[in-house]
Design a protein around this ligand. Structure first.
Ligand code: SIN
Length: 539
């Protein structure tokens, strides 16, 4: 694997900006980090967004945000539910921080204008899989992420210290001797490079679902943060744990649109192609079993009964409830000819959330000095081997805020100006006769990952996948691409390889990682996190 930058760049010729704090990403974690850094005292916080500032995975989130605010709930119960979903691999200190800081962070969000749905003046709470009480707050029925994104952006933009720069793809971390001093970005509209010099940099780039053919994630979720952190010398942890959401709309020509877990929480049932309810045969909690169990059960049921999808049946729910709680899902399905009050929704699992990512401590620090990470691109160990539904927005708020505060502390301790090395060269940029077809290689990568590193995996398939990815990476990383699509492809190859390697190494089944050749959980050998560096992938 290449150890240096993706572009052969003479930095002294690249226009530069300076900011005390740099945040890459503008979803829930990025906005929370920027707000916290500014509130802690930073006078300049630059936020780079790959697309428009509100085009994030946060904006797509439907179901809600889990938080122990109800009188029938407690921090202890939220803690226990999170550990139980995590299949023995949650880092308990991280979970404790998540559930204990969560209520305060959500109250902040409400004070900044986030309008969660209410019933009789109280915050409305829905049920979701593996939660022992109704604790999931939601907004506009099933558009929770949009409301959280709106409130955070509006708060962030009201702070004088914060500047948001949209349409800038972050190419790489600028680093030397184990220390980060900013990033190199490219304007996606005109290809102009920009160098940002910072005293502390926070990666909050979101997910990596685009490495799979079937995913709920938006097109921007190409694993850029983990890939660039890896190149800069950071560690990745638990990359094999990719969560597959059980119910994604499955219709030819339709987007792989999420059908929120909250729909099952409010009473929808899963039926097979014969119209039979099947989840009670797989788990006591039936449709509300942990998400990994439901996805695996659907795949097993499809193998038994045939067909490409199962069906989510909402007929037992009152039209009033469906219309009030799921207007967005209703309207999207209607665009494809489905009346969800009458027609069962065809669904299948698809890649949804990365439990693994850039390894950080509880303050958001990576092992590269002044490089921090938060949110889905990071791995604190809070989700273990399987994330509890609706814990991710809370994670972004809690760990994003902490990363922002930590970054400002670190920036304060390191106020001396540092010099950029004049040049970053990429070794062996190839003189090619023929250029790579980026779209073609992306499609091949996504299909391969879906077939071999999806809901069920085998050692034989994973070995072939690791070899294939290494082969592709060898030539795709020797090309210097003129636009972000090629740079994204390089990132996707790097994170796909990290997933496949980690999945091959973990010879057990746990949470979202299911090996058909090692179907049992093996605590004795495997009750620990997987940690990899770029050196593990260069062999
Ligand atoms: C959903 O609404 O089902 C997604 C929520 C989540 O991923 O936590």
């Amino acid at each position: 694997m290449r150890e240096d930058f993706l572009l052969d760049t003479n930095l002294s010729r690249v226009p530069g900006l300076e900011s005390e704090i740099l945040v890459v990403g503008s979803g829930v974690a990025g906005c929370s980090a920027a707000i916290a850094a500014a509130q802690a005292g930073a006078s300049s916080v630059l936020v780079l967004a790959k697309a428009s500032a509100d085009m994030t995975a946060t904006d797509h989130a439907q179901g809600g945000i889990a938080v122990a605010l109800g009188t029938d709930d407690s921090i202890e119960q939220h803690f226990a539910d999170t550990l139980s979903a995590g299949a023995g691999l949650c880092d308990e200190d991280a979970v404790r921080k998540l559930v204990a800081d969560g209520p305060g962070r959500v109250r902040d969000l409400i004070s900044w204008g986030a309008a969660f749905d209410r019933e009789n003046g109280e915050l409305a709470r829905t049920a979701e899989a593996a939660h022992s009480v109704r604790r999931v707050l939601h907004a506009s029925g099933d558009a929770t992420g949009r409301e959280i994104q709106r409130a955070l952006l509006s708060k962030m933009l009201s702070l004088e210290a914060v500047t948001v720069v949209p349409s800038h793809f972050t190419v790489d971390i600028l680093h030397a001797d184990g220390e980060c001093f900013g990033a190199l970005a490219v304007n996606v509209n005109n290809g102009a490079l920009m160098r940002v010099s910072s005293r502390a940099t926070i990666l909050a780039t979101g997910g990596l679902g685009q490495v799979y053919r079937e995913t709920t994630n938006p097109g921007i979720a190409t694993g850029d943060g983990p890939a660039m952190a890896l190149r800069a010398g950071a560690q990745l942890a638990d990359m094999e744990f990719v969560q597959f959401h059980p119910t994604t709309l499955y219709l030819a020509g339709a987007p792989r649109f999420l059908i929120s877990e909250a729909v099952r929480g409010e009473g929808a049932l899963l039926l097979n192609s014969r119209g039979e309810r099947f989840m009670p045969r797989y788990h006591d909690m039936a449709e509300l079993a942990p998400r990994d169990v439901v996805s695996q059960s659907i795949v097993k049921e499809l193998a038994k009964t045939g067909g490409n999808c199962v069906f989510l049946d909402l007929k037992g729910m009152s039209p009033e409830l469906v219309n009030r709680r799921f207007p967005n899902i209703r309207d999207i399905c209607a665009d494809f000819g489905l009346n969800i009050l009458r027609d069962p929704i065809p669904v299948r699992p698809s890649a949804h959330y990365a439990m693994g990512g850039i390894r950080t401590d509880l303050s958001g620090r990576t092992c590269v000095r002044r490089l921090l990470a938060a949110g889905e691109c990071a791995s604190t160990g809070v989700h273990g081997a399987n994330r509890l539904a609706s814990n991710s927005l809370l994670e972004g708020l809690v760990f994003g805020t902490t990363a922002g505060e930590t970054a400002w502390r670190e920036a304060g301790e390191n106020s001396a100006a540092r010099k950029f090395p004049a040049r970053h060269t990429s070794s062996g940029v190839a003189q090619r006769k023929v250029h790579i077809d980026v779209g073609d290689l992306q499609r091949s990568l996504k299909s391969l990952m879906w077939r071999t590193a999806g809901v069920f995996r085998t050692g034989t398939d994973l070995e072939l996948t690791v070899r294939q990815l290494a082969f592709w990476q060898e030539y795709a990383c020797r090309e210097e691409f003129p636009d972000p699509a090629g740079l994204e492809l390089q990132n996707m190859l790097a994170v796909a390889r990290a997933i496949a390697n980690s999945a091959l190494n973990r010879t057990e089944s746990r949470g979202a990682h299911q090996r058909q050749d090692f179907p049992a959980l093996n605590d004795q050998a495997w009750k620990h996190h997987t940690v990899i560096t770029k050196h593990d992938l260069s062999r």
